[in-house]
Design a protein around this ligand. Structure first.
Ligand code: ATP
Length: 213
């Protein structure tokens, strides 16, 4: 059964991430979804919480869910966290397992700016989880990639190790890490946007109290 790979800054992790991953885990019959917090994100500014703290929040968020795991390889690795390096590393560790890189539609739309993005399908499948307000591209390099490699069959993700794109609609939860950071910085309560265990880490460490966009 495939291993799902869900990368992100997770600054902090929230129910938008967790619900999407859970729906993918169940609907696509993945054995596992591995949350991989980014060490040093190459495509955006510095994170607000330190890598170790973001890792801690992911660990407490996934600890009670069967099939959810947390992987710290990007945080342990030096230099910018490029997804292709992570995938190649996982491919070496799991030479005979199907790998499914899970991306929100907004992340997928930026894919062509990623390092060696056109090699991703030779290592893993791509699962695009729809996010509110985003539509699959039908033109340009990504449009072409979708039309060449898209499948509507979940079994294709099980029968081959890599190479297909599967677009999966997930329940739309309009939650973002930015919104949570802003709420906390404004002294408001971010309860019910993320697991209480994550909220506890935020409160104990006071990481977002003085953060501004
Ligand atoms: P920020 O607000 O700091 O930009 P974010 O909430 O978008 O953060 P990231 O850690 O950057 O979170 O996102 C990691 C992955 O999760 C991306 O693939 C993104 O598309 C997806 N994602 C983020 N928020 C949601 C959501 N509410 N529902 C589904 N997927 C989401």
């Amino acid at each position: 059964m495939p291993i799902g790979i869900f990368g992100g800054t997770f600054d902090p992790i929230h129910y938008g991430h967790l619900r999407s991953a859970f729906e993918v885990l169940q609907a696509l019959r993945f054995e596992e979804v591995r949350f991989i917090p980014c060490g040093d994100p190459p495509h955006r500014g510095a994170t607000f919480a330190a890598a170790e703290m973001r890792l801690r929040m992911v660990e407490v968020a996934v600890s009670d869910q069967d099939g959810f795991t947390c992987d710290d390889r990007e945080i342990r690795r030096d230099g910018p966290s490029y997804t292709i390096d992570t995938l190649l590393d996982l491919r070496e560790e799991f030479p005979r397992r199907s790998l499914g890189l899970i991306l929100g539609m907004d992340a997928f739309l930026g894919l062509s700016k990623w390092r060696r993005w056109d090699e991703i399908l030779s290592v893993a499948h791509i699962v695009v989880a729809h996010r509110p307000g985003w539509k699959a591209p039908d033109i340009g390099a990504l449009g072409e990639m979708i039309s060449d490699f898209r499948t509507h069959r979940v079994d294709d993700l099980h029968d081959s190790l890599c190479g297909r794109i599967y677009v999966h609609a997930v329940t739309q939860l309009e939650i973002s890490s930015t919104e949570i950071r802003d709420l906390v910085a404004a002294g408001r309560d971010a309860r019910f946007l993320m697991p209480d265990a994550v909220k506890d880490v935020i409160e104990e460490s006071r990481i977002y109290e003085s953060c501004t966009k």
